[in-house]
Design a protein around this ligand. Structure first.
Ligand code: HEC
Ligand code: HEC
Ligand code: HEC
Ligand code: HEC
Ligand code: HEC
Length: 416
């Protein structure tokens, strides 16, 4: 008798516990908050919960195009470039987990954002996947062990667990890493000073100017492209800035006016966007046929359209104009009373003219002259180039160049 009752009790008990388990799991399920896809300015690393075997190469075995494009992107090398490695291992400003939270967010660590990540030097020696991949497939696409996408399909579900996340398709997703301020070294979650990168704010400025694109993706991920080009890409920089050059005589043979016009193109933020270390210069000069500089430039009163732009001393050719976001004591958060440093970058929708009066000694303009303007893109200012050990020529390049003739007076087409 006893021996029959006990198994029955056990069965009932097991069933009850099992049911309760289901109940509890149901309750837990309904209150379970999915891990956000968004990043938080480097405050935390990402926890993907990816099953063992989910590597970038595995994703790439099916998504070949995305994989190849990503391999050629800056995201892929975000933690492994020479520049990043030098700065990240530098005791002065690097050695913070904070840096890796954006540049290689899958860092398997739980230290405070400001603390020295355990095993940092070993990581650079051994190059584990999370470091070598930088901002990788799993960083952007995997949470709670499932693939996160803007579109879920049956075909996709056959290959891997998935969930839909509209936020992946919005500007805020990019801004979680692409907009942030300087961080205190000794306070784990305290920022100071102005935004060091302000992509989202500038994007909102672009939208307010009537810009049509509603997301970063529209320009940086056309047709779902994963190469995400930016300032390293000539085509992108050209797309951002148009340049036009005009030269004409005011007083034939003695005085001419040269005007360089820059026009913001299809770009959703100030130019150059991104890091404060990037800048542009416009270099204009008047040359003889054998390449000698000739004439003396002078600023035209009221010739520039922006008051706050800074014009480098006009002390001869080439005349150099700088489009740059300067960071002073106020921006660095060192002195809140300090005057704001200028931001001379091109604004969304802006057209800017730089005009110069050019004086010629008598006779110096009697042969055909050439006026030349060049737009240079600079990846970084001299201080950073020095820190990284780059010759200056390696971190700057001409992205636009234009020449127009300034023929001697009386040599115009109608006289010929
Ligand atoms: C910097 C973040 C980021 C990284 C890194 C990244 N993706 Fe994406 N991926 C996105 C975003 C954002 C979308 C959504 C685009 C949209 O909806 O317009 C997307 C879309 C996709 C799509 C959908 C198809 C398409 O063309 O829209 C696939 C497939 C994909 N990613 C696979 C990958 C794979 C594989 C990797 C690694 C090789 C990868 N992604 C790396 C952000 C990323
Ligand atoms: C065994 C093949 C396979 C592997 C491995 C794989 N996927 Fe997929 N994935 C698919 C298929 C098939 C689809 C559905 C495509 C469709 O519906 O057009 C899909 C869909 C997706 C989508 C949505 C595509 C869309 O059209 O919006 C994303 C994002 C994605 N995968 C990312 C990943 C990531 C990240 C990994 C690695 C963690 C990965 N996949 C691994 C086969 C694979
Ligand atoms: C997890 C953080 C993270 C997210 C999310 C992220 N990025 Fe980036 N992105 C980076 C880092 C770090 C770099 C710098 C890599 C380098 O140049 O070393 C970068 C570089 C870039 C560049 C510069 C490429 C160049 O040629 O200079 C562009 C453009 C870019 N990201 C666009 C996007 C867009 C668009 C999105 C959203 C779809 C996005 N990123 C999402 C971290 C992120
Ligand atoms: C209307 C098109 C457009 C939109 C929208 C747009 N960008 Fe750009 N972006 C460009 C172009 C063109 C460039 C190249 C010129 C430059 O460097 O400013 C660029 C450059 C960049 C760079 C590279 C700067 C560097 O230092 O290499 C980053 C980073 C970037 N964009 C991020 C973003 C983010 C984040 C968003 C959304 C908040 C966004 N962009 C929206 C067109 C766009
Ligand atoms: C909130 C995210 C975030 C944090 C935190 C962060 N970065 Fe970056 N970093 C970026 C993005 C995004 C870019 C690319 C911007 C661009 O291309 O204009 C970048 C660009 C860079 C570059 C320039 C890459 C090149 O060669 O052109 C270096 C170097 C760099 N970061 C180093 C660091 C170091 C060192 C730290 C820590 C002190 C750090 N970053 C913290 C997001 C971050």
């Amino acid at each position: 008798m006893k021996s029959r009752i006990i198994p029955a009790v056990v069965v009932v008990l097991v069933a009850a516990v099992g049911l309760a388990g289901w109940r509890v799991r149901d309750v837990l399920k309904s209150t379970e908050i999915p891990t956000t896809i968004l990043f938080n300015q480097g405050l935390n690393p990402v926890v993907t919960g990816a099953p063992v075997g989910w590597t970038n190469a595995w994703c790439g075995s099916c998504h070949k195009q995305e994989y190849e494009q990503w391999q050629g992107s800056r995201h892929n090398v975000a933690a492994s470039t020479h520049n990043f490695e030098v700065e990240c291992l530098e005791p002065g400003s690097g050695r913070q987990q904070y840096c890796l939270n954006c540049h290689a967010p899958r860092i398997p660590a739980n230290g405070l954002p400001t603390s020295e990540p355990p095993g940092l030097d070993q990581a650079y020696q051994h190059q584990p996947e999370w470091l070598a991949g930088g901002v990788d497939c799993l960083t952007c696409h995997v949470r709670d062990g499932v693939v996160v996408a803007t579109r879920v399909t049956d075909k996709g579900l056959e290959k891997h667990a998935m969930r839909e996340e509209p936020a992946l398709g919005r500007a805020e997703f990019c801004a979680g890493c692409h907009q942030f301020a300087f961080k205190d070294l000794d306070l784990p979650d305290h920022f100071h000073g102005a935004l060091q990168q302000a992509s989202l704010e500038e994007f909102l400025e672009y939208r307010a100017e009537g810009g049509v694109e509603t997301r970063c993706h529209d320009c940086h991920m056309p047709r779902g492209g994963h190469s995400m080009p930016g300032g390293y890409d000539d085509k992108m920089v050209k797309q951002a800035v148009g340049m036009d050059l005009v030269a004409e005589w005011i007083e034939p043979g003695r005085e001419a006016e040269v005007t360089v016009t820059l026009r913001a193109g299809r770009v959703g933020h100030r130019v150059p966007g991104g890091e404060e270390l990037r800048f542009l210069t416009v270099r204009t000069e008047v040359l003889t046929a054998d390449g000698q500089e000739v004439g003396t430039p002078e600023p035209v009163p009221g010739g520039g359209e922006t008051d706050e732009r800074e014009r480098d001393e006009l002390s001869g050719w080439p005349v150099i104009e700088t489009l740059r976001r300067y960071m002073g004591d106020r921006e660095h958060g060192r002195d809140h009373q300090a005057p704001p440093a200028p931001d001379t970058r091109l604004r969304p929708g802006e057209t800017r003219r730089y005009s110069y009066r050019v004086h010629f000694e008598s006779g110096s303009a009697s042969k055909p002259l050439t006026v030349r303007a060049r737009l240079w893109y600079h990846l970084m200012h001299d201080g950073k180039a020095k820190l990284f050990g780059h010759p200056f020529d390696d971190v700057q390049r001409v992205v636009r160049e234009q020449e127009v003739p300034l023929d001697p007076p009386g040599d115009s087409a109608t006289d010929r």
